[in-house]
Design a protein around this ligand. Structure first.
Ligand code: FUB
Ligand code: ZN
Length: 649
């Protein structure tokens, strides 16, 4: 029934020839809906400059790297080989094609908030190059088209026949990123050029893997959510069926040999209750599972998603929201295995964590999904990119001794990697951020992130204009002006961030010091006692144009203690101010860095000149002081030591 609804909706768009220009990529079956990115204009002092920087600095640099390392050339060489010529694969990964797709995806999304005809035309040029590397039947993985006998990395192994080494070949991972990117490009520009490449490829993949006798599954997930996006755009149910088949086959030993935990292929999905294996694979898989749960309405999928989520948040998540404890296998560790110096915390895993958290929220509606999402956003994803937008972290440890080359051969940030999945994932994710600010359930508008913007939100037949102003995360003041087209009765729900309460949204950590201030709220300038429900402040009334809600979440320095089961954090404390987790960097604390930190009095001061403008925490104990900076800003001043968890004795 739900499938039918989506199918009919999409078919209608295609029939009337508007080709989804007004359609978002949302799954209507989720109880909570997103607000179309195209209806949200950022005005934010914190995020807007970062998204502009992605378009103006990071994307050109990344395209240059792709040019220099032969990513585009591979598409042209594939074409040459198809036409009887010869050539060599350039690059080192079997998924180098996806860097190109992911940059196009992010660039397309930046066009929504910052139209740029030159970039738009450049994307068309690049898309035309991608098209040239596609085989006539739709197949697209350039290294295999060029020379199937010689994968770019020895660990890939033999792939002479298409699809015969899915565990390592990344053929379906390449397809998945192609679909995600093409859907975003279509959504942002209304153009079909990239989408047509993706649909041609998906036609082939459906033919091969939709076959009842084919029981193989992708070696690296992402195609599941990608296929679902193509399904939403085209109404072609075969795409949805294949995504579901890939989810259902994982862990099943009917007619196949499961590949094991690394691939989340150890038990049938509905029996999985512990997050395991390669962390990026895992969270992409769980995001796909949650989409399938929403579309089918089958509780077994939803229950599995919830069990997995609870295990991740309560047993395997760093205080930064980082995911994946071990370099070995880039993987989740055992429950409570959360070392700091050797933490892996791949930037891509935090991005996948947010993709999943957003879906869990839309399915279950609890504010805690957003509390975790916010933690991942500011402390798991944002540290991945340098303040100038040109250097990146692949792993994100919570401690550095200044010597261990945790960042794939580097002790500090690097401009690019042989495997550059994280830089290009940041490029694709950050411009999509406005899409996470609001949700609706038809009767309420829900403010989940505090980012200044102007939005137009449809509610029934009404359109509600919302203008949000804030300096978050530097302070907790938020002002929301509500102007419905026609006066209307509805509920405005505003998430109370966990840092403005005494409850940490994970059993792994607790806020030790109790908050002294409470949240203040004014409605049209007068104090208003909003109802608090399930982590939200709720204001329900007849709204008329210009109604204004002002609130103030008052940040204080929070001291955080870890569950004693986490060996590495025993007798240590972490600091948080607002949504930002803090760290101590050697450069600011030369004389005292290695001495135990004794929490005394804290002062917080805004330092405009430091690290792009930060609130610096200074802890004062007697004559001794320790300085802390937001974790996302560390390693922007060269190599050196850093720690999030500081010793108490
Ligand atoms: O395998 C593709 C990507 O490369 C993974 O998602 C990352 O963890 C990196 O290994
Ligand atoms: Zn990555």
């Amino acid at each position: 029934m739900r499938n039918q609804k989506a199918t009919m909706l999409c078919a209608a768009f295609i029939l009337c020839g508007t080709l989804l220009s007004a359609q978002s990529l949302d799954i209507a079956a989720y109880p909570l809906q997103k607000v179309d990115l195209r209806n949200i204009k950022l005005t934010d002092n914190f995020w807007l400059p970062k998204i502009r920087q992605i378009q103006q600095v990071t994307i050109p640099v990344a395209f240059e790297r792709c040019e220099a390392e032969g990513r585009f050339e591979n598409f042209l060489t594939a074409e040459k080989v198809m036409n009887g010529g010869s050539g060599k694969v350039r690059g080192k990964m079997p998924f180098d094609d996806t860097d190109v797709y992911k940059i196009i995806e992010g660039a397309s999304l930046t066009l929504v908030s910052a139209p740029n005809a030159e970039l738009d035309a450049q994307l068309d040029k690049y898309i035309a190059i991608v098209a040239r590397g596609q085989e006539p039947d739709g197949y697209l993985t350039t290294w295999r088209s060029i020379n199937p006998a010689e994968a770019p990395a020895t660990w890939v192994g033999k792939c002479e026949k298409r699809w015969d080494n899915l565990a390592m070949s990344h053929e379906l991972y390449n397809a998945g990123h192609l679909y995600e990117a093409a859907a975003a490009h279509f959504y942002a520009t209304g153009k079909r050029n990239f989408l047509d490449i993706a649909l041609k490829n998906a036609g082939l993949i459906v033919k091969v893997f939709g076959d009842k006798k084919n029981y193989d599954i992708p070696g690296h997930e992402i195609i599941e959510t990608g296929l679902i996006k193509l399904y939403l755009i085209s109404g072609e149910k075969a795409y949805f069926d294949l995504a579901k088949k890939f989810i259902d086959l994982r862990g099943s030993s009917d007619n196949r040999k499961p590949r094991g935990e690394y691939y989340q292929d150890h038990k049938p999905v509905t029996e999985q209750d512990e997050v395991v294996g390669h962390a990026v694979r895992a969270v992409y898989f769980y995001a796909g599972l949650t989409d399938i749960a929403a579309i089918t309405g089958d509780r077994r999928y939803a229950d599995a998603a919830r069990n997995l989520w609870n295990n991740m948040v309560n047993c395997k998540m760093y205080v930064t929201g980082g995911l994946g404890a071990t370099h070995e296998g880039e993987a989740f560790g055992k429950n409570y295995e959360l070392p700091n110096l050797t933490a892996y915390n791949e930037t891509c895993a935090a991005i996948g964590g947010v993709m999943w958290a957003d879906r869990m929220y839309r399915m279950f509606g609890s504010a805690d999904y957003y509390n975790i999402l916010e933690r991942m956003l500011y402390n798991g994803i944002l540290p991945g990119i340098s303040l100038d937008g040109t250097c990146f972290f692949y792993p994100n440890p919570l401690e550095s001794d200044g010597k261990y080359k945790f960042n794939h051969g580097h002790t500090t940030r690097a401009g690019w990697f042989d495997c550059s999945c994280c830089p290009t994932n940041l490029i694709r994710f950050l411009p999509s951020l406005p899409n996470l600010i609001y949700n609706t359930d038809g009767k309420s508008i829900i403010v989940n992130l505090f980012i200044a913007n102007e939005a137009k939100i449809p509610l029934g037949t009404n359109i509600i204009s919302i203008s949000q102003t804030t300096n978050y995360p530097l302070d907790g003041k938020v002002s929301i002006t509500v102007s419905p087209q026609q006066s209307a009765d509805f509920r405005l729900k505003i998430r109370i961030p966990d840092w403005a309460t005494n409850r940490f949204p994970s059993e792994l950590y607790t806020y030790e010091n109790k908050l002294s201030a409470s949240v203040g709220l004014l409605l049209n300038g007068k104090a208003f006692a909003a109802k608090e429900h399930n982590g939200y402040l709720e204001v329900e009334r007849l709204w008329t144009a210009g109604d204004k809600v002002e609130l103030e979440f008052r940040p204080e320095v929070r001291t955080i203690a870890a569950n004693p089961m986490i060996a590495d954090d025993r007798n240590k404390t972490a600091l948080q101010y607002g949504p930002l987790v803090y760290c101590m960097e050697e450069i600011d604390n030369k004389a005292v860095y290695d001495r135990a930190f004794v929490a005394g009095k804290f002062t917080v001061g805004y330092n405009r000149a430091k690290l792009g403008g930060i609130n610096e925490i200074v802890s004062i104990n007697g004559s001794q002081t320790w300085n802390f900076i937001p974790y996302y800003t560390w390693s922007n001043r060269g190599e050196g030591k850093m720690k999030v968890w500081t010793s108490l004795r």
